[in-house]
Design a protein around this ligand. Structure first.
Ligand SMILES: Nc1nc2c(c(=O)[nH]1)N[C@H]1C(S)=C(S)[C@@H](COP(=O)(O)OP(=O)(O)OC[C@H]3O[C@@H](n4cnc5c(=O)[nH]c(N)nc54)[C@H](O)[C@@H]3O)O[C@H]1N2
Ligand SMILES: Nc1nc2c(c(=O)[nH]1)N[C@H]1C(S)=C(S)[C@@H](COP(=O)(O)OP(=O)(O)OC[C@H]3O[C@@H](n4cnc5c(=O)[nH]c(N)nc54)[C@H](O)[C@@H]3O)O[C@H]1N2
Ligand code: SF4
Ligand SMILES: [Mo]
Length: 708
């Protein structure tokens, strides 16, 4: 039997043996032993004392909760009644959801519920994590690329750091490729563990990656290093691209990036000269002011150098198992409701409006539907949605569901999200812990955890493959799976017919029927491939790889990549440092695990990384509590003097709160308002990627450090 861990998004699958009543887990492939200490200690994590065990109702003030345990019946009845009141007064579009499908294991059902209810206002923090990469890949190739590690002979990392507890599967793939003799180019201002393995380490200035990509394209075109046949036969826009790339000669790029022109040239030649180079996905590219241009640059590099369908596989959506087709049921949402999607006027790329630009290409390729890649093609714009929830228009949003995600901590402008939740008529959180988001809720519903539920993937339309994961133990008696919650609410809201499956297993049978099998038959194998278009089919409007993007042009954007220097209008003269959020920590995962003893011991406090020279210039010593302030906000951290940090820059961690400290808004939401990176970054237009409207968390923001 197989199970897949989702304690983080590494998604490690392992064999489970429960002989003699004792459960043991082991890697499915002993040569790739990707299991970290979190999965090994799954029982300790699921059984920790803070776990939510019963539905809770806040009988106190919003934000200063007094919890009362209630039954599921009461919880669902009351939530449905309040939802109806909101819909009656403001319309169904006044109901919004934020979700991370991976965390609850039921991709597709939330969107189906929303479509039948009549609201387009869905957001997911996946937008900052592969969702926006997927959109840009789609604009270029018609679909997302999957890494083919087996053949990769050159790997380029734009800011990824991998390790035994930082995405171990990919770390092992990287080690295997290096052992085969593959070259490694790491683009990272910091000296990381991964950079130590590199043949070339480019310590560029933060947020300048898009300029580097353009510099490489310049060299590759200028020196004729591209795949002339592929470019001629399978792409459009090469002439325009060549002209744009001409604006980024290595000398200019070197100055922007803070490296030498020779480094730009040499690494471009190494990349283009490889047989099958790979630029794996990484979140750093998703969180910059120039994200769209960087991602476009990466896509163009893969294409013009001829790596598509060698090291970079473009599968396309699976026609038989697509969630968009089988579960989302977008046809249930009227066009007039789709048109109300918040933020789609200013940021249409992610929205229903942007998705519709692929209708014809998908129809021409024989699909009867337009897929929603990564659950983020048909999304409301997060910052605009939070503004609407605060009452800033275009119309009121008054009911908010936070589903298996920690909404208030997972975007920029955390205070603005807190204010948004405080202005709601109804807030419901589906969780396993009393998170800062849950603390702002009226109802907190207790979920099961991955080892307690059977699941079927994909969780969002990306991999053309159905996956299974088997439960290892029963959930605590009052902890439910998300499907049961949605079904319970749908029945009460009069849309139960859209959910004819009495339980999760019936739903899984429906999904597996597309492959001519059942859950019981399928559950013994971890993966079942779906049907995809032939390699070389590009589901773009032109049917070719679009080096100049017709989708971006149609939406009024520059169809070619460019680099624009980020500015910080909130900076002032006493902010000598540049700041970035991230550098993930082995002992936690985003906002998770700060309450788990054995993990917390390894990372007891939120740490600021600062170069020793910078520390001495502002009288900071190792272990001192300091306040880091940007023009937007401030947080408190413990200083860690780190010679690997690029001088003049600061690193703050993502997602810190202290579950052991006082809950409630006045006390800082268990310290989240004191430590979380989201307090430091604005979500105003100047700090958003112009095409996608997503916040920059990676450079170009000025900060100061003061000892507390
Ligand atoms: N243990 C553990 N594993 C995790 C996670 C976790 O929280 N804990 N999180 C998971 C998730 S959700 C994700 S998305 C991934 C994220 O994993 P990564 O994509 O590796 O992200 P980070 O570790 O935040 O940042 C990696 C590097 O990016 C560099 N960097 C910062 N800004 C820039 C820049 O402007 N340009 C360049 N080129 N580099 C820059 C930093 O110096 C850092 O070394 O990890 C996943 N794995
Ligand atoms: N400010 C800022 N924002 C960011 C980032 C950043 O670096 N800085 N990073 C971005 C990235 S890369 C990502 S991936 C997203 C992550 O965004 P989120 O998914 O919102 O982040 P997590 O902190 O992983 O929150 C997951 C929540 O799900 C709950 N959970 C875990 N397992 C289960 C389960 O089985 N059932 C239920 N019901 N709940 C469960 C956890 O308790 C936790 O509170 O955030 C993005 N947002
Ligand atoms: S890296 Fe660890 S926590 Fe993440 S999926 Fe793999 S085993 Fe689970
Ligand atoms: Mo992520």
């Amino acid at each position: 039997m197989y199970s897949t861990c989702v304690f983080c998004d590494g998604g490690c699958t392992f064999a489970v043996d429960d002989a003699d009543g004792k459960v043991t887990i082991s890697p499915i492939n002993p040569a790739m032993p990707a299991i970290c200490s979190k999965a090994v200690n799954w029982d300790e994590i699921r059984s920790h004392s803070g776990r939510l065990m019963h539905p809770l109702k806040n009988v106190g003030e919003r934000g200063e909760p007094q919890w009362e345990e209630i039954s599921w019946e009461q919880a669902l009845d009351e939530i449905a009644e309040k939802l109806r009141a909101v819909i009656d007064e403001y319309g169904p579009e006044a109901v919004a959801f934020s979700e991370m499908p991976l965390n609850h294991g039921f991709g597709g059902v939330t969107r189906r519920f929303m479509n039948h209810l009549g609201t387009p206002n869905y957001i997911t923090a996946l937008d900052l994590c592969m969702g926006n990469t997927a959109q840009v890949h789609r604009a270029t190739y018609g679909w997302f690329t999957s890494a083919n590690w087996q053949v990769a002979d050159c790997i380029v990392y734009f800011g990824q750091n991998r390790g035994p507890e930082l995405w171990p599967r990919e770390y092992l793939n990287l080690k295997a490729a290096l052992a085969r003799g593959a070259k490694l180019i790491v683009v990272d201002p910091r000296l990381t563990e991964t950079a130590e393995l590199a043949d070339y380490h480019l310590r560029i200035n933060y947020g300048t990656d898009a300029a580097l990509a353009l510099g490489w394209i310049n060299v590759i075109i200028d020196e004729g290093l591209y795949d002339h046949v592929f470019v001629a036969e399978s792409t459009i826009g090469f002439e325009d691209l060549a002209e744009r790339a001409g604006e980024y000669p290595p000398e200019r790029v070197a100055e922007i990036c803070g490296i030498t022109a020779d480094e730009v040239r040499e690494t471009a030649r190494v990349y283009a000269g490889s047989e099958a180079a790979l630029i794996p996905w990484g979140a750093t590219a998703d969180m910059q002011r120039n994200s769209t241009s960087l991602l476009r640059g990466q896509c163009i590099l893969r294409a013009i150098c001829g790596f598509l369908n060698k090291s970079e596989l473009v599968y396309g959506p699976a026609s038989d198992i697509s969630l968009s087709e089988r579960l989302y049921d977008y046809s249930a949402l009227s066009q007039s409701q789709k048109d109300k999607q918040i933020g789609s006027e200013n940021y249409p790329l992610f929205s229903f409006k942007g998705n519709a630009l692929y209708d014809e290409a998908m129809r021409n390729a024989g699909f009867g539907f337009t897929a929603d890649i990564m659950a983020s093609s048909c999304m409301a714009h997060p910052s605009s949605l939070f503004a609407a929830m605060r009452g800033e228009g275009p119309y009121p949003v008054k009911a908010f569901f936070s589903v298996a995600n920690n909404t208030v901590m997972s975007y920029a402008n955390m205070q603005g999200i807190v204010d948004a939740l405080m202005n709601q008529y109804l807030v419901v959180t589906f969780e396993v812990n009393m998170t800062p988001t849950a603390q702002l809720s009226d109802y907190v519903l207790p979920g099961d955890m991955w080892m307690e539920r059977d699941t079927v993937g994909p969780m969002f339309d990306i991999a053309p493959i159905m996956t299974t994961s088997n439960s290892i133990v029963e959930p605590p008696v009052d902890c439910r799976c998300w499907y049961d919650v949605v079904k319970g609410l749908a029945d009460r809201m009069g849309i139960g017919d859209a959910f004819p499956w009495c339980n999760a297993h019936e739903l899984f049978d429906y999904r597996f029927a597309a492959l001519g099998t059942t859950w019981e038959q399928a559950r013994s194998a971890p993966a079942h491939p779906g049907k995809t278009p032939a390699f070389g089919t590009f589901l773009t409007p032109s049917g070719k790889v679009e080096l100049s993007s017709s989708v971006l042009a149609a939406l009024g954007y520059d169809p070619l990549p460019y680099y624009e220097e980020p500015t910080d209008p909130l900076a002032n003269d006493d902010m000598p440092f540049e700041i970035f959020a991230g550098a993930r920590e082995p002992a936690n995962y985003n906002t998770n695990f700060h309450q788990i003893g054995f993990l917390r011991e390894r990372e007891p406090e939120p740490r600021l990384f600062i170069h020793p020279d910078d520390a001495s210039s502002c009288n900071v010593v190792e272990g001192a509590w300091v306040r880091v302030a940007t023009g937007h906000g401030a947080i408190d951290l413990v200083a860690h003097l780190d010679p690997c940090q690029k001088p003049g820059t600061l690193r703050v961690p993502h997602g810190w709160w202290k579950p052991e400290t006082e809950p409630g808004l006045a006390a800082g939401l268990s310290s989240a308002l004191i430590h979380n990176d989201g307090m430091l970054f604005s979500d105003e237009a100047w700090n958003l990627d112009p095409e996608q409207g997503l916040a920059n968390l990676r450079g170009g923001i000025c900060a100061r450090v003061g000892v507390l």
